[in-house]
Design a protein around this ligand. Structure first.
Ligand SMILES: Cc1ncc(COP(=O)(O)O)c(C=O)c1O
Length: 455
């Protein structure tokens, strides 16, 4: 093992992002099976992070492998402008079937970042085609995360990720995150009268509604807010404000889409219909890079009426092998009732998580929905004081958890975009209750060790 690791570390000199990404992983992943990942020594890890948030149906699914192989035996690639693709047509129809009823069309791409870039461009061109070319601004939220490409990073409000690229980003207006644990407006619910939603209307009026094309938000928060769940009034108010000012509501479902939170899409918990949704992770199950932008009927109608083509496209978008993989993943989610399972197991997951971890002095908050949980790590539970960012405690906790055989995702910035540490867990939907127990027992032990070191 040591020899193989040394050889891999030598080879990793050729991997830019890995080498310069902060720290080099010290274990080589060998294979995956169900909810488990195995290293080259045969040590078994519970993939409690599911990717992060990717591995919906578990690792090593034979049906997906067979579907991909079948498609590869037929054809692996042809260019989307010259040919129709059967698996892609089927996939689009299947996505529209599970999406809320106002959605009628899909635009495919290869990653969550691309999907959000694409959604922003669709929103812009939609207004142009309707004779409103002055509408270009996208209002976003602090601590939101929508991806790493420049447009997606501009939409994001994660300060640490933006800092070195700031001069290159669109300086779009931002409102505070609807994170009650760290209210951006220093208020408390319900006395706040949902200031975090009302802030959208204030900003629209400040910049001029005639310039605002869209508002983008993750239905339930991810990397920047650690599974933040806005209060029940939040999205109905956002919807109303968007309608009032002719602003499209883009809902980023890259994490929540396809069952993660116990509904097909996270926004369904609020009974609100966005105009555009982006999705990626769970739909692929991790078997292929693929993402989708799902569009309200009115958007397709405007483009059709104008005979306008969308000025966009990626060479690899809608790859037929990827389409076959996603189709099978969605088939499995549907036929095995995994969305309902995620809702049902989610109750157990949170009960067990709180029982196991809430007594730890560094656990400030446990939040989320379904099988998506954010555990916020704090230096002082009473004052909610975060750790100093230089100590990178979320990363340290992740290392300890991994040594104990459980994978989770370290995230930072929930306090102000820079400070604040958390650990996100989001297991495959096929996990069993006893496996949830084992994972939390290990995390309990990991916290005990972490607190010996960090307090
Ligand atoms: C909510 C959200 N949107 C977008 C993205 C970007 O997706 P990708 O990493 O596939 O580009 C992520 C990735 O974690 C995400 O969590």
């Amino acid at each position: 093992m040591a020899e193989r690791l040394k050889a891999a570390q030598r080879l990793s000199d050729n991997l830019f992002g890995t080498l310069h990404g902060g720290h080099l992983p010290e274990v080589i992943c060998d294979h995956g099976e169900g909810i488990y990942l195995f290293d080259q020594d045969g040590k078994k890890y519970i993939d409690f992070s599911g990717g992060p948030h990717v591995v919906s149906i578990g690792h090593g699914n034979k049906k997906v492998r067979e579907a991909m192989l079948r498609q590869m035996e037929k054809v692996s690639f042809f260019f989307r402008s010259f040919w129709l693709s059967e698996p892609l047509l089927e996939l689009a129809a299947r996505i529209i079937k599970v999406a809320p009823s106002n959605f009628t069309m899909c635009q495919f791409c290869n990653s969550g970042s691309e999907a959000n870039e694409t959604a922003i461009k669709i929103a812009r061109q939609y207004h142009v085609e309707r004779g409103k070319p002055e509408k270009y601004m996208v209002i976003t939220r602090w601590q939101g995360y929508h991806g790493m490409t420049l447009g997606a990073l501009s939409a994001g409000g994660h300060t640490m990720r933006r800092q070195k690229f700031e001069p290159m980003l669109h300086q779009w207006p931002k409102i505070g995150a609807p994170l009650c644990y760290r209210c951006a407006y220093d208020l408390s619910y319900p006395g706040c009268k949902i200031k975090c939603a009302r802030a959208l209307e204030e900003v629209i009026n400040q910049v001029g509604p005639q310039y605002v094309a869209a508002f983008i938000a993750e239905s339930i928060g991810g990397a920047g807010t650690a599974a933040m769940v806005p209060v029940p009034e939040y999205y109905p108010m956002i919807r109303e404000i968007c309608d009032k000012y002719d602003v499209l509501f883009i809902d980023d479902e890259v994490i929540c889409g396809f069952g993660r939170t116990g509904r097909w899409f996270g926004i369904e918990h609020w009974g609100v219909a966005p105009d555009i949704m982006t999705a990626a992770k769970g739909m692929t199950g991790g078997y292929t890079p693929m993402a989708v932008v799902i569009l309200d009927e009115k958007i397709g109608r405007v483009f059709n009426e104008k005979g306008a083509s969308f000025i966009h496209g990626f060479t690899m978008e809608g790859n037929p092998v990827s389409a076959a993989a996603c189709l099978t993943v969605i088939d499995i989610i549907e036929s095995e009732g995994l969305v309902a399972r995620s809702a049902r197991l989610g109750e157990y997951f949170f009960k067990k998580g709180r029982e196991s971890l809430a007594q730890h002095p560094t656990v400030g908050d446990i939040r989320g929905k379904g099988l998506l949980m954010g555990i916020e790590l704090v230096k002082n539970r009473e004052t909610r004081e975060p750790f100093e960012p230089k100590f990178m405690v979320a990363n340290r906790f992740q290392q300890i958890a991994m040594e104990k055989g459980v994978m989770g995702y370290p995230a930072t910035g929930m306090a102000n975009g820079v400070k604040g540490d958390s650990f996100l867990v989001s297991p495959p939907f096929i996990i069993k209750e006893e496996e949830i127990d084992t994972a939390f027992d290990r995390l309990d032990a990991a916290f005990t060790e972490f607190e010996r070191e960090c307090l």
